[in-house]
Structure formats: structure tokens, C-alpha cells
Ligand binder design. Sequence first.
Ligand code: SF4
Length: 225
Amino acid sequence: MRAPASPEQTIAPTDVVAFTRLVRDVRRCLACERMAHSHVLGPANGRLDAKIMFVAEAVGRRGGAITGVPLSRDESGKRFAQFLALAELRRDDVFVTNAILCNPIDGCRRNRAPTKAEVARCRPFLERTLAIVHAPVVVTLGRVALESVRAIARHEAWLTSDVATAVAWRGRTLVPLYHPSRQSTLHRPQDSQERDWRRLGEIVRNASVERPQQDRSPIAVASLP
Ligand code: SF4
């Protein structure tokens, strides 16, 4: 079963313009030094009128940094695809982005965890994305994404206690999930995560498909971080 179709399938021209500006601004950004500047934001992230927006942590060296598509190709990307299927969601129907739009690398060019300063630096881009993609359901994948969203607008959701729970947030439904990486099973077992994703599918099917009203004001193009 697919996510419920919206009665309103049109994308506002102002959103298209704002997204084009956002993508341009992201591509010009070199604010973080210890990054492979992959700048993974563009049409391949998904539909601007998606009803579900996923926010993961950062672009992966073997995934989005190669394909230009978040959560693709590498193991996390493959697991994400499997989890989407469990939730009965189609990739074509969702928008996927990261709290960090580039690939954090260490001195040996391996993936590393982003610093708090890097997440904060990239946050204005996430905020602008949220203002353009009016998805009624926002799903954070992992603690970094959940905390970055909290810094944009306060919520009281915590990963360990509120995983796969629908939390009201800015007129939307926020659902915290664990990141689809294999390492996350050290913190939450695979079978629990599979249950979480099935629960997400139920939440999405029960959620209102109306776009949130308070986010429909004209898009403000924020300054670069
Ligand atoms: S702020 Fe974001 S887009 Fe800019 S360099 Fe850092 S990670 Fe890349």
C-alpha cells in the first residue's frame, strides 16, 4: 500500500524558485573545512510535495557522495530501502535529506561523525528545506537529525523513549526513528527497528495529508551559514 495521495498535487511556483535558490546556495557553500563537499541537495532528494520527509545524519562516502542521492548505494542506503518497504512506502513518494549536506571525512578520507559546530552550520539549509517541503510527516533518522530539528523548533521527543511515536511539532507530525545504519542495531535490535518502521507506516496512513498551514507563508531566503 502506498502513502495516501494528497488532494493537492500541485507545487507552488514560489516553492520551486525557493528550492532552486537553496540548491544554488548549498552548492556554493564551503563553510566546513573537514568535508568532502558533495552538496547532496537537488531534485534527486524527492518531490517537493512529498507527504513524508526523512532527515538523516550526513552524506555517506560510499553512498550519497557518489550517487548524489541521500541514503543510496551503501549499506545504510540498502537498509533504508528495506525499511521503506516494511513501512509500505515508496521512495518516489518521499523526500530524503540530511542534517549535514556534505560528507564528513577524517584524515584518511573515511566517514566520521559530524561535529556539533558542523551540524549547526548546515542547519539553516535544513530549516529552509523544511520551509519549502511542507510534508505533514517529518521522520528523523538518528539522534543527530532529531537534535538538529529540535534546534530549529523545540520539541520534547527523545530517541530512546519516543522512537516510532507521533509527536506534534509545528503543525506537523514528527516521528523519531533510529538511523538505518547497521551500527544502530547495537542500540536498538533489528527486530525492534523493523517494528518501528511498520509503526511508521501506520502513522503515515493515519496522518492527515493536508499540508501544514503555518509553513505556507512566503519563503524567506535565509542568508548563507
Ligand atoms: S554548511 Fe553544509 S553545505 Fe556548507 S560545507 Fe558545511 S556541510 Fe557542506
